[in-house]
Structures are given as structure tokens and as C-alpha cells.
Write a protein that binds this ligand. Structure first.
Ligand SMILES: Cc1cc2nc3c(=O)[nH]c(=O)nc-3n(C[C@H](O)[C@H](O)[C@H](O)COP(=O)(O)OP(=O)(O)OC[C@H]3O[C@@H](n4cnc5c(N)ncnc54)[C@H](O)[C@@H]3O)c2cc1C
Length: 480
């Protein structure tokens, strides 16, 4: 059934639910609401609504279900695959006003929050109370609801896992307005299918998440970072499985190449402690005391030097560590400032990461388009960028799609997955379908139909076709 367009009467209904000042339409809908950080195309919703409670979300969905109007939920819009844009029009539901930290439960080491709480504010809030929320994706202005809906990863996944590992309960509103609670303040749970885990990473296609119960840990007292220069990128990356095999568990292992480092130095206007080597590993260790940390970083330093590292630089003061990690955190923005780019966020087994990076280097030479990468070497999740530089747009897009087809196919051969942490949105749909195959896509479709029989929740994302997607399909060889 075709979706309904928002009439004047419809807008009045929305205003009566959330209050007139919390419904935006026409020129009030700025460009920010029409794109996310993928920033490829603009999709203007017919209205933006900003509810402040679960009850209002429930009323909005009940109304949208009845009138067959698409609803796309939006956190901070920092996603990198077009997840929060309204590709089929209708309503964008912003969680900006649902931004309360409702409880920090010191006895159970848990917190209960609304979905619009900003990640960095939450991290600071719990750390001030001696607690720790481990998921640490690079973009700290994202919302916790967005993090859960994309199953965000980040730097600390090597030791602590990803967002999914810290979500023990959710409150969510289904497409017809029904409110459900999954999981809760329980450490263990074997009570039937885990709808909690189904909703995590579902990118707003199954329900709108309105409350989160999150697991916390005691805050680690000490941390130290190692910056390890290598004579080549290959040697740096090939060292990672050797570190993991040595049974030390760093909190983070990132790989950096000089070209990206120099772009970040230029972007931030400040110097990195060392940028003379072609490539680096950057490692961080968290622990409760210095003795514990010393033994693991000494062991790691030996592994790195045995593997051909030029040196091992230790950053143990908070300022120095902050400065190094701030530079790492600026990589994406630095590349964006340099050129238009297409992104690939594949994940492969950590032992295959060197093979994958070499593959991208071979592609770079073959396609004559600059391909740069950086990423979470310790967990096998790479961020690879195909830069436009001086190429005409059409030609760059042709080469970029060729490169992406080849990279996703290679990731599959290496038993990897399409997305390690950014999700599928609309941009990566064709690749998901090819990677998972018909049987799994059919199961996903069945799940979607049960949760959202009219297809009003974030249409055109993850599994379903959309107008935006069909353009990409035509350009891509992947599906042929
Ligand atoms: C510079 C930069 C660095 C980044 N680094 C990382 C990184 O290291 N790791 C990583 O994982 N990601 C990273 N990201 C991507 C992005 O920050 C994450 O995907 C983040 O989780 C998105 O959160 P958001 O609040 O911006 O969500 P949005 O972009 O607004 O939405 C993302 C998806 O979640 C859905 N959604 C949002 N809130 C809800 C809700 N309450 N209920 C249901 N669905 C909802 C949306 O519909 C959409 O599909 C980075 C992005 C940038 C720009």
C-alpha cells in the first residue's frame, strides 16, 4: 500500500500529541534533518516531530500506523550509512528531548537512560561516580539510542566488546504504538528468544527504543598507551595477531598510516608526537594498578620489537594520551576535509586484516584512485576510504563502486562481514543481501513483517528496497 502524504489535518494531529513547537515542517526542516554523516544525498521529511516521553512516542506511532505514514527515528544523525534519513518521506522522529539519565544503580552496576542521552555526557556522568561504560565509538556526540540501534563498536572492543554486550534491557514502542519491555535489570536471562538482542542493531526498522538499561563496570584506575612505529604498514598490521597470541589483552589496538596521520595533523593544526615512520600501531591498556599494566605492556613491547618495530614510545601522562587519541579520533574528519570519499566498514577475522589491507593497496594501484585506511586492528574492523581527489565525479564514483564491489567480495572470501560497526542504512543494502544470501534475508524479512506489518518503520533500510538504493544497484556489479 502506498504511504500517505502529510496533509494539514495530519500536521494538526501531530501538534496535538507533542505540542505545536515540537513539530517542524517546510522551511523549518534544515539540511541537518535531511542527511546524516554519509552526506551523500538529501531526503527531506514532511515533518520532524520531537516527543519527550514514551507515551508521546506511542501516540505518534499509533497515529502513523493508522494513517500509513513512514517514521524514521533519529538520534544525533552521526550515522555513516544513511540510517536516520527519511528516504520515503513521512516523519522524522527525533529523540533530542528524551535525554534524561534516569538512574545510576550503584548496587547492581547498571544505569537506566532515555535514548537521546549523548554518549560523552553519559560516560562522564558515570565516571564521576567511579563507574565505567566501556563502549567507545569515535563520535562522542552520538546518542545512546543511536549507539544501541547500530550496535556501535569503537576502540575498546578488543577488551570490552561492543554496545550489544552492555544492553541488558530495553523499552521500545512497536509500529502500532504498543509499548514492550525486553530484558531488564538482570545479569542472566534465558527466558525465550532474546527480543532485546533482536532490537539491538535493528536501525529503527523494528521499533522505536525509548528506554535503555545498561551494564556498567568499576572504572579502571590506570591506563597507558604505546605508540609503536614500524618500517611498513604490512609489518605493523602483521604484528597484531602476534600480540593477541601472546595472551595480552590491550583495551584498543589501532593501526595508523603516515598519510592519514599527516592529514589529521593538518586538520587539527598540531603535531603528533612522532610522524616519521610509514606506519604505527597505537595500543592502550587499562588496569587497576601500575604493576598489572607494566607486565602487559612490557610483554607487548617485546612482541612488537621482535616483529620489526622501530621503537616503542610510552605515553603515561593523561595529557599525552589525550593528545594521541584526539589525533586518532580526528582521522575521519581530516580525510573528509581533504576530499570527497566513499567508505567501507568491513570486518574480517583479526588474523586476516593484513591480507585485506594489502588487497586495498593492490586495488589502489589497479584503479588509480587513492584508497586510505585506518581502523580497529585488534578486532579486524577496517575503515577504508576511496578518495575523489582530482577525479571528475562520475569517474570517481565508477571507480569507487568497482573498488567497493571488489572489497566486499574479498571480505566475504576471508569470512568477514559487510559492516563491523556502522550498520547498513540504505547505503550498504545491496552488499548485505549478497553477503547473507537468500535464506537469511528471508528470515529477516519475516521478522520485519511480524514487527512492522505495514512497513512504516524506517522504510528503505537494512533489508527492504528503496528508490535511493535502486540507483546504487544499477551502478554496482555486485548483484549481477
Ligand atoms: C567522525 C565519526 C566517527 C565515528 N566513529 C564510530 C566508531 O568508532 N564506531 C561506531 O560504531 N560508529 C562510529 N561512527 C558512526 C556513528 O557515530 C554511530 O553509528 C552512532 O551509533 C550513531 O548514533 P546517532 O545518535 O548519531 O544515530 P543516528 O545516526 O541518528 O541513527 C542511526 C540509526 O539508529 C536509528 N535510531 C537512532 N535512535 C533510535 C531509537 N531511539 N530507536 C530506534 N532506532 C533509532 C536510526 O533510525 C538510524 O537507523 C562515527 C561517526 C562519525 C561521524
Amino acid at each position: 500500500m502506498p504511504y500517505s502524504k502529510l496533509s494539514k489535518g495530519f500536521l494538526e494531529a501531530l501538534r496535538s500529541i507533542v505540542g505545536p513547537q515540537h513539530v517542524l515542517c517546510g522551511t523549518q526542516i534544515t539540511e541537518d534533518y535531511q542527511r546524516d554523516e554519509l552526506a551523500e544525498d538529501l531526503f527531506c521529511p514532511e515533518a520532524v516531530v520531537v516527543p519527550e516521553s514514551t507515551e508521546q512516542v506511542s501516540q505518534l506511532l499509533q497515529w502513523a500506523f493508522e494513517h500509513n505514514v513512514p517514521v524514521t527515528t533519529r538520534g544525533s544523525g552521526t550515522g555513516l550509512c544513511g540510517g536516520s534519513v527519511a528516504v520515503e518521506g513521512g516523519i522524522v522522529l527525533s529523540t533530542a528531548r528524551m535525554n534524561q539519565i534516569l538512574e545510576v544503580d550503584q548496587q547492581n552496576l547498571m544505569a537506566v537512560v532515555q535514548p537521546g542521552v549523548i554518549l560523552m555526557e553519559f560516560q562522564k556522568f558515570v565516571e564521576d561516580q567511579g563507574l565505567f561504560y566501556p563502549p567507545d565509538p569515535g563520535e562522542k556526540t552520538a546518542t545512546l539510542g543511536g549507539n544501541v540501534s547500530t550496535n556501535a563498536g569503537g576502540m575498546r572492543a578488543v577488551k570490552y566488546g561492543v554496545t550489544r554486550d552492555y544492553v541488558i534491557g530495553l523499552e521500545a514502542v512497536l509500529a502500532d504504538g504498543t509499548v514492550i519491555e525486553t530484558g531488564g535489570k538482570v545479569v542472566k536471562n534465558s527466558s525465550g528468544y532474546s527480543l532485546n538482542h533482536l532490537l539491538i542493531g535493528s536501525e529503527g526498522t523494528l521499533a522505536v527504543i525509548t528506554k535503555l538499561t545498561l551494564k556498567l563496570l568499576p572504572k579502571p584506575e590506570k591506563q597507558i598507551s604505546l605508540l609503536v612505529p614500524f618500517p611498513s604498514l604490512r609489518e605493523a598490521i602483521e604484528t597484531v595477531p602476534r600480540i593477541l597470541a601472546a595472551k595480552v589483552v590491550p583495551t584498543a589496538i589501532e593501526f595508523l598510516q603516515r598519510e592519514v596521520l599527516e592529514a589529521a595533523e593538518k586538520y587539527l593544526g598540531k603535531q603528533f608526537p612522532d610522524s616519521s615512520a610509514p606506519a604505527y600501531l597505537l595500543l592502550t591498556f587499562y588496569g587497576q594498578n601500575v604493576v598489572e599494566l607494566e607486565s602487559v605492556y612490557e610483554k607487548t613491547a617485546h612482541v612488537c620489537l621482535d616483529a620489526g618495530a622501530i621503537d616503542v614510545l610510552i605515553a603515561n601522562s593523561p595529557d599525552r594520551q589525550e593528545s594521541i587519541w584526539q589525533t586518532r579520533g580526528a582521522f575521519l574528519e581530516a580525510l573528509k576535509a581533504m576530499s570527497a570519499l566513499e567508505e567501507v566498514d568491513v570486518v574480517v577475522p583479526p588474523s586476516e586484516i593484513a591480507a585485506f589491507v594489502q588487497f586495498t593497496k593492490d586495488l589502489e594501484a589497479e584503479l588509480e584512485a587513492r584508497i586510505l585506511s585506518f581502523g580497529h586492528a585488534g578486532d579486524g574492523n577496517l575503515h577504508v576510504y576511496i578518495l575523489q581527489d582530482e577525479l571528475p565525479k562520475d569517474e570517481w564514483q565508477r571507480r569507487a563502486h568497482q573498488a567497493m564491489d571488489a572489497m566486499y567480495a574479498r571480505a566475504k572470501q576471508l569470512r568477514g562481514q559487510v559492516s563491523g560497526e556502522h550498520g547498513i542504512g540504505y547505503a550498504k543494502r545491496p552488499y548485505l543481501r549478497s553477503s547473507l544470501g537468500a535464506a537469511q534475508m528471508q528470515l529477516m524479512r519475516g521478522i520485519k513483517d511480524v514487527f512492522d506489518p505495514k512497513g512504516i518503520l524506517n522504510p528503505g533500510k537494512v533489508w527492504s528496497p528503496s528508490a535511493a538504493d535502486s540507483v546504487k544497484l544499477e551502478e554496482s556489479n555486485w548483484m549481477h
